[in-house]
Design a protein around this ligand. Structure first.
Ligand code: CP
Length: 357
């Protein structure tokens, strides 16, 4: 660049580029800014827009360390108490805690090997574990029981992060999905449009948490489901209360989904997956309906030609054969394995912000 061009560029940037908050990066100050120390996390909308933004900035600062170690929680203990099976949620909280220099207690089969097997109440279990652990992550099938129990705990209870309660909430999944979307689309939620598509929105707790968090940031949402299996009322009330920008469609064909993606400027399609467990009498029907959501690589490539956009496909995993075209795995549309990587710095940020000193 010659001197005249350089001066012109400098004049354009000007002193307006400098803000009062201009300073070297400081991870401790950023964790403080998140402002959620000591809090339980039950629903993703327990967090304000500012808290979410600060959490993602904190996660970004942890990203260089997600494969190494930054011992900000040395001496702290995390208890992972899982009343339902899990790979990702439990392992990634545990990985995050270990990367932060803390220690982990795990109970992944409490109805067999903890005192829950002897009839101990959830209330008593959580009060007891609070004497050992500085922070907990809990997965439980009964959201109503958990919410009532947490409400009745005293101030001496350690903070409890939901690792998924019932069919309605899985906030850390929503947070890691939001963080992935934020990173994938350039560190902003502005003008973002996301489609959440599954035959069963009534049991899609990861998709519901993602949607609720995105709504909090003003993202435009398109829910696609099937008649009779709507988003639970508790979530719709929350969306309506925050004035969310969302629409719901039912029983669309794959062609109609693709047309909508093109017309509405959808950038990301989220497939919350099948929460209908093996042995559930509705599972076969669910998997049949899944065929209407069989997003495939060919369709995505056609959309790219038509719109110029590389549509990102997100999924909370685990996935079932037949849910979507696994050829997407090795294409630029695949975000679902990348979400796993982003989950670690996000959960490091969450644990450090809640349990840090
Ligand atoms: N996505 C998710 O919650 O996976 P796990 O059930 O393996 O934790």
């Amino acid at each position: 660049m010659n001197k005249t061009a350089h001066n012109a560029a400098r004049a354009t940037r000007g002193p307006a580029g400098l803000g009062a908050d201009f300073a070297p990066l400081d991870i401790h100050a950023q964790i403080e800014r998140t402002g959620i120390r000591g809090r339980h996390l039950t629903f993703i909308d327990d967090l304000s827009g500012d808290e979410l933004s600060n959490l993602f900035k904190t996660a970004h600062m942890f990203e260089p360390f997600w494969r190494s170690r930054v011992p900000l929680l040395e001496g702290k203990v995390l208890c992972a108490l899982f009343f339902q099976p899990s790979s990702r949620t439990r392992f990634s909280h545990e990985t995050a805690m270990l990367r932060l220099g803390g220690s982990v207690l795990t109970e992944s089969n409490p109805l067999v090997s903890s005192s829950a097997a002897k009839g101990e109440s959830l209330h008593d279990a959580l009060r007891v574990i609070s004497q050992y652990a500085d922070i907990m992550v809990l997965r439980h099938p009964d959201d109503k029981e958990v919410l009532a129990t947490i409400d009745g705990l005293g101030a001496d209870a350690s903070p409890i992060i939901s690792g998924g309660y019932g069919d309605v909430t899985h906030p850390t999944q929503g947070l890691l999905d939001m963080y992935t979307a934020w990173r994938a689309l350039g560190g902003s939620f502005e003008d973002m449009c996301v489609m959440i598509a599954t035959p069963d929105l009534s049991r899609a707790r990861s998709g519901q948490s993602f949607g609720l968090g995105l709504a909090r940031m003003g993202v435009r949402l398109i829910y696609c489901g099937t008649t009779g299996l709507r988003t639970p009322e508790v979530i719709r009330k929350k969306l309506d209360k925050m004035g969310a920008n969302y629409v719901e469609h039912n029983d669309l064909t794959l062609d109609q989904h693709e047309q909508m993606i093109a017309d509405e400027g959808v950038q990301l399609v989220y497939l919350p997956g099948c929460s209908v467990k093996k042995g559930d009498p509705g599972r076969d029907d669910f998997l049949k309906k899944m065929q209407a959501y069989h997003f495939n690589l060919e369709g995505l490539e056609k959309l790219k030609q038509k719109t110029g956009r590389t549509i990102g496909i997100m999924h909370s995993l685990p996935r079932n054969e037949g849910e979507f075209d696994f050829a997407i795995d090795d294409s630029p549309h695949q975000l679902y394995f990348k979400q796993i990587g982003f989950s670690v710095p996000l959960r490091m940020a969450l644990l450090a912000s809640i349990a840090g000193t």
